[in-house]
Design a protein around this ligand. Structure first.
Ligand code: IMP
Length: 178
């Protein structure tokens, strides 16, 4: 284990939380014929894979990748880098995201998907920070982070590293985090 990284949620805690999230999702969608999971790459890939295997409703898995940046007018722009392969009109969609920070990325993705007329659209997010700039409605939240930290592991990266950790960690020394 890297001594510079503190464990925030270990593999057992993550597995237990995903199981309980899936139990609720299975209940909520019990009458659904097909659920489309939209995984936002890359950070949510591992979370989506584990969640998918605990869901007992017939599922389709779709991927989307976006880049989020502040444009010249200081407004937040989310650009689609990889789009869904299939139309989601008339389907039940569950958006799977890794972490909610300011909320800007998720808000834009939610708007983009809503414009494609799904039958229903809900969001499951593994982690939620406490400093949202804008209000985003998330139906299912894995864990809330109550102090400022940059987390890594379990799919989440710092400069494309640390995604492989089976736990969620944070740098002990703030100098090492962005
Ligand atoms: P937001 O638009 O500020 O909510 O940022 C959301 C995106 O920023 C997430 O989907 C992540 O890709 C990234 N992000 C925000 N905070 C963290 C973090 O602590 N660790 C890793 N990625 C993060």
């Amino acid at each position: 284990m890297d001594p510079n990284i503190e464990v925030v949620f270990d593999a057992d805690a993550i597995a237990a939380r995903i199981k309980s999230l899936a139990d609720i999702i299975n209940q909520d969608y019990a009458d659904t014929r097909e659920l489309v999971l939209v995984c936002i790459l890359k950070g949510a890939a591992i979370f989506a894979a584990d969640l998918l295997r605990k869901i007992r409703i017939p599922c389709r898995l779709e991927f989307m990748a976006v880049s989020s940046y502040e444009d010249f007018a200081s407004s937040n722009t989310v650009q689609i880098l990889l789009d869904l392969k299939h139309d989601i009109a008339g389907t039940d969609v569950l958006l799977v995201e890794d972490i909610l920070d300011t909320g800007l990325t998720l808000k834009k993705i939610h708007e983009m998907l809503k414009n494609r007329s799904p039958k229903s659209l809900k969001t499951v997010c593994l982690l939620k920070k406490h400093n949202q700039k804008i209000c985003v409605n998330i139906e299912y939240v894995g864990f809330e982070l109550h102090r400022d930290m940059f987390v890594i592991g379990y799919g989440m990266d710092y400069a494309e590293r640390y995604r492989e950790l089976d736990y969620i960690g944070a740098f002990r020394n703030i100098e090492q985090s962005p």
